[in-house]
Design a protein around this ligand. Structure first.
Ligand SMILES: Cc1cc2nc3c(=O)[nH]c(=O)nc-3n(C[C@H](O)[C@H](O)[C@H](O)COP(=O)(O)OP(=O)(O)OC[C@H]3O[C@@H](n4cnc5c(N)ncnc54)[C@H](O)[C@@H]3O)c2cc1C
Length: 411
């Protein structure tokens, strides 16, 4: 039986291990933290199979001056960080051209169309039904101008067969009567769903993996050595050989790629959540407040306001100003919110073209990559795991992953 290592027990690593184990491989997951506890813990809970529109956008050029001056918008950039990392920023901007954005959104839509089925294959075996709700996700816009500006995104969705239903102010009120009526109009994403407890889902899939004989090593992967017919993982006090390794280390994946001599332009889009107390049900579904770039979601622990983007690197501590902005805006749109229970910052792994890297390493035949899922890693985890499983078996998935080939960055 072939031995496969999965580095990273975020949702991408957990789902990847699930599919590999189901194919009969002997799988070991490595993580220095506890499973599902990093970026996959605190997100906005949406299975966003409609989210094919990248942050890269032709309209971003216009917003750059305001982003540099104010950190109150949905997207904030740390000027000094960007200055130090200019090549990444320039590559990101190159992907904001209209034709590029159209290509990216088609590639993402292509894989997103398979994301629900892939999860359902896991959920058929692991019962997570009590943590999943079918009420469809919505975006709401504060003004006619904001609503009109979203037309390009709507075009990118409908062009790629993603079903969007327009919502009037009255429709929104009927769906979500507790929202302050400071919105102009909105959109509902037909057929979308969400979770009320991402950590419980990650843990249930992970525990089922363990029960079926999977291994877990709770240690930092210090180094990886590519040998002739196998690959070796170096831990603090131990070395273990595997036939193949899959790198699913989220925002930290490039430091692992560096161990085998490859370098990806991977950066992070930091995002935050504020968790509010709530002893009653105030909202029925994830509500995206476009003005501030976060969702409000009623979860098992309370109401979470999660989202926003901050480009400031992986190391800086959380920015309290961003958390305050989220709290203030959340209270504006949902005045009945209770006290703040806790706050969180997470690091979305993002490449400059907003597409993940899914595929075999160009130079190391026993290493595969599955990272860089930016805003939609929760949604794409299962379909990514399915694709990696096919590659390990030496076959191809029945959907196109060529756009996500690692060799687009490795010369
Ligand atoms: C505010 C916010 C809202 C979001 N909302 C959504 C949403 O609604 N829907 C959606 O689809 N996505 C959403 N996302 C994106 C999603 O959360 C991420 O894309 C996804 O969680 C990434 O999963 P991952 O498994 O790649 O990374 P992670 O969950 O970060 O896991 C990577 C793991 O690798 C481990 N690791 C790294 N290096 C090493 C090493 N050397 N040795 C051992 N272990 C290592 C880490 O400890 C970590 O556990 C959101 C993100 C944020 C920040």
């Amino acid at each position: 039986m072939k031995k496969i290592a999965v580095v990273g027990a975020g949702i991408v690593g957990i789902c990847t291990a699930f599919f590999l184990q189901r194919s009969g491989y002997k799988v070991t997951i490595f993580d220095r933290e506890s499973p599902g506890s990093m970026t996959s813990f605190g997100h906005a809970c949406t299975f966003a199979d409609y989210a094919n529109v990248p942050v890269n956008s032709p309209s971003l050029f216009k917003s750059i001056p305001s982003m540099l001056i104010s950190s109150n918008g949905p997207l904030a950039v740390n000027f000094f960080y960007v200055l130090k990392n200019l090549p990444w920023a320039l590559k990101f901007l190159m992907n904001c051209r209209k034709d590029k954005v159209e290509d990216i959104s088609s590639s993402l839509a292509n894989i997103l169309h398979h994301s629900r089925l892939a999860y359902d294959q896991i959920f058929d075996e692991v019962d997570v039904s009590k943590h999943i709700k079918e009420e469809e996700n919505i975006y709401i816009y504060d003004s006619k101008k904001a609503y009109e500006e979203a037309k390009f995104s709507t075009y990118l969705r409908t062009k790629n067969n993603i079903k969007v239903r327009e919502l009037s102010k009255k429709d929104i009120y009927q769906l979500e009567p507790n929202l302050a009526q400071i919105y102009h109009a909105g959109q509902l994403f037909v057929g979308s769903r969400h979770t009320t407890n991402p950590l419980a889902i990650s843990k249930k899939i992970f525990n089922s993996f363990l029960q079926k004989g999977g291994n877990y090593i709770n240690q930092n992967v210090e180094n990886i050595i590519q040998k002739n017919n196998c690959v070796e993982i170096i831990l603090e006090q131990k070395k273990i050989e595997f036939d193949q390794i899959v790198v699913c280390a989220g925002a930290w994946s490039n430091s692992i790629a560096n161990m085998v001599g490859e370098n990806f332009p991977l950066d992070t889009e930091r995002g935050y959540h504020v968790l509010f107390e709530s002893d009653q049900k105030l909202i029925n579904r994830p509500i995206g407040w476009s003005q501030s770039g976060f969702y409000l979601i009623q979860i098992e622990e309370g109401i979470r306001a999660a989202g926003t983007v901050e480009i400031a690197g992986i190391k800086k501590p959380p920015n309290k100003h961003r958390l305050k902005m989220i709290e203030t805006q959340a209270r504006k749109i949902l005045p009945k919110l209770g006290k703040v229970k806790s706050t969180w910052m997470g690091r979305r792994p993002t490449l400059p073209d907003s597409m993940p890297v899914i595929g075999r390493s160009k130079n190391n035949k026993n290493i595969l990559y599955a990272f860089g899922h930016q805003h939609i890693g929760w949604t794409l985890a299962a379909v990514t795991g399915k694709a990696i499983n096919e590659l390990v078996k030496g076959t191809q998935p029945n959907f196109d992953i060529n756009f996500f080939n690692p060799s687009r960055f490795i010369k």
